[in-house]
Ligand binder design. Sequence first.
Ligand SMILES: Cc1ncc(COP(=O)(O)O)c(C=O)c1O
Length: 400
Amino acid sequence: MDRNSLLQLAETYGSPLYVYDTDVISSQYKKITKAFSKVKNVKINYAAKALSNLNILKVFNKLNSGLDTVSIQEVKLGLLAGFEPKDIIYTPNGVSLQEIEDVAKLGVQINIDNLSILELFGQKHPNIPVCIRINPHVMAGGNSKISVGHIDSKFGISIHQVPHIKRVVENTNMHINGIHMHTGSDILDIDTFLRATEILFDTAKQFKNIDFIDFGSGFKVPYKTDDISTNIEELGKKLSKRFNEFCKEYGKDLTLMFEPGKFLVSQSGRFLAKVNVIKQTTSTVFAGIDSGLNHLIRPMFYNSYHQIKNLSNPKGRERYYSIVGYICETDTFGSNRRINEISEGDILCFHNAGAYCFSMASNYNSRYRPAEVMMHEGKDYLIRKRETFEDIIRHQELVI
Ligand SMILES: Cc1ncc(COP(=O)(O)O)c(C=O)c1O
């Protein structure tokens, strides 16, 4: 995705625009499977929530990936994209028993993270095997919104409640076929992660007939030049060795599972937006673009960093800008960024726009969500049309 082809895409499809390169997706997928190649049974379940366009899901299906889902709608998207139910895992949080039962009817692997639901589900459906999401109480993850394995987190069943889980299993005669954790996103410290995996091994030992252990995800990707990321090769080496030892102790070749989102799609995406206005105030030069937190909320929500480049003037003198949106809130994409001189009408390019970008987009301020384009095998495809005013009013009922 070089500068000229991105500019051409902005010209052809308009702005703002999301663009995804499927070569990057397959190379990331291959990187993670290679890191765990010493384990006999490995299953990577792409976390659909990161980017759920049907075409992207199809790319993962072709790569032989499974799918990690959190809602019945994501499950249905996965089935529509061609995934077999057995290749989909459903890990909801705080949903109704009804939704879990509806997903179970579709034949998908259920992962339960709540004792009361486990008991109800076990009483009604003792013959449907379920996985349990354990909260290992390990503080991992880049910031508080994406650290989900700690003691105050709403996710998972506490490691201290394993005796209670076992009582529910005994009383209902249900079958636990997997143990799962997801400690958080943007994990840098492999040793912290490995500590949590030991807790999971200890838990797994207490269930007699499991088929898999799912270690969740949380691998960090680089956002800035020279940024550090999770060393997947080192994690692969260390965890594979430990996993193989555990399988021997357990007496069964279990499947090792992961469910990465960001690692697989973050770097595949670019977000292109046009500069509407340059505004010089007493303290700052703002570049206001034809987008806002309605299209890319991560900088405001997570304080996340996205590199921003001026595609239209790559050789221009570098100056300092604050890049802001058009929403009636403070929606700053980046403050005090050194960028090649920007003029009104220029196209800016945001990096790391594959994961949790379009999938978190909204119609706030009654704006249209952007179009999406996929670069695949040398060609560009429009995979989602830009919305129109019809989309804004589609479900509204005029009653007075
Ligand atoms: C249960 C679960 N699995 C996997 C993921 C994917 O995490 P990441 O995008 O950091 O790989 C998430 C992210 O929120 C999650 O909640």
